[in-house]
Design a protein around this ligand. Structure first.
Ligand SMILES: C[S@@+](CC[C@H](N)C(=O)[O-])C[C@H]1O[C@@H](n2cnc3c(N)ncnc32)[C@H](O)[C@@H]1O
Length: 219
């Protein structure tokens, strides 16, 4: 509990030093929060933006569009020379994301892929698509299952940025202290982190910011 309080204080402290959002992004963020749509935390978004500025990807794949907040956040940072493909399977959120994309200057840069992330990843691999930055932010229990497909889509030098890795500290607990419904995600997420560590093609780091992030580069 003490640790949690310290983390909240750190998060609040960092928050005081974050830049203001672009007005459209701020509007989307506030609406998402009002509607309880889970979106990237501000301090995680700031780290994401730094990675994007360092890497300057031309083709981004995002798994987990929600209402388009993080997708647009990335494009506002990189501008019109970047293409974003983003995947979502929840119809109501797809509608809202389309609306939000249409309001932005980047609608031409965005392909919204509707459906299950796993199926779409398989299709993209068959189509021999390649993305130099992949933002993984959907279906946490699927991360270890999706990783092999993701690696096929990532060229050498490509970056994989994954959110919610530490599950608000849940991952640190013994599985025996967890409720039954939490155990699958606990098992799968730990499995995912093992896979990142064991994969000789990847150099990875786990960053305890927001809900926990892993950043990997394909060597
Ligand atoms: C945390 S939210 C994404 C937030 C978004 N990246 C942002 O920061 O603005 C995760 C999204 O993934 C979607 N999702 C969950 N499982 C999925 C799946 N198997 N295929 C596609 N989308 C999925 C959910 O509907 C949800 O909108």
């Amino acid at each position: 509990m003490q640790e949690m309080k310290a983390n909240n204080r750190i998060s609040d402290f960092i928050g005081a030093f974050l830049r203001e959002n672009e007005p459209l992004l701020e509007e989307i963020r506030e609406e998402a929060q009002k509607d309880a749509v889970p979106i990237i935390r501000d301090e995680t978004a700031a780290l994401l933006r730094v990675c994007l500025e360092m890497h300057k990807p031309k083709r981004i794949l995002e798994l987990g569009t929600a209402v388009g907040y993080s997708g647009l956040f990335m494009l506002y940072s990189l501008g019109e020379n970047t293409e974003l493909s983003t995947v979502e399977n929840f119809p109501q959120r797809i509608l809202k994301a389309r609306e939000n994309f249409a309001r932005s200057p980047y609608s031409e840069n965005i392909t919204l892929l509707e459906g299950d992330g796993g199926e779409i990843l398989e299709r993209l691999v068959l189509e021999k698509k390649s993305f130099d930055f992949i933002f993984l932010d959907a279906a946490k229990a699927q991360y270890p299952l999706w990783l092999p497909l993701i690696l096929e889509l990532l060229p050498t030098g490509g970056v994989l940025f994954c959110d919610n890795i530490l599950q608000d500290g849940l991952l640190l607990e013994s599985r025996f202290f967890l409720e039954r419904r939490q155990r699958t995600i606990h098992k799968r997420m730990r499995e995912f982190l093992h896979l990142l560590r064991e994969n000789a093609e990847l150099e990875s780091s786990i960053v305890p910011i927001g809900d926990g992030v892993s950043i990997s580069v394909k060597k």
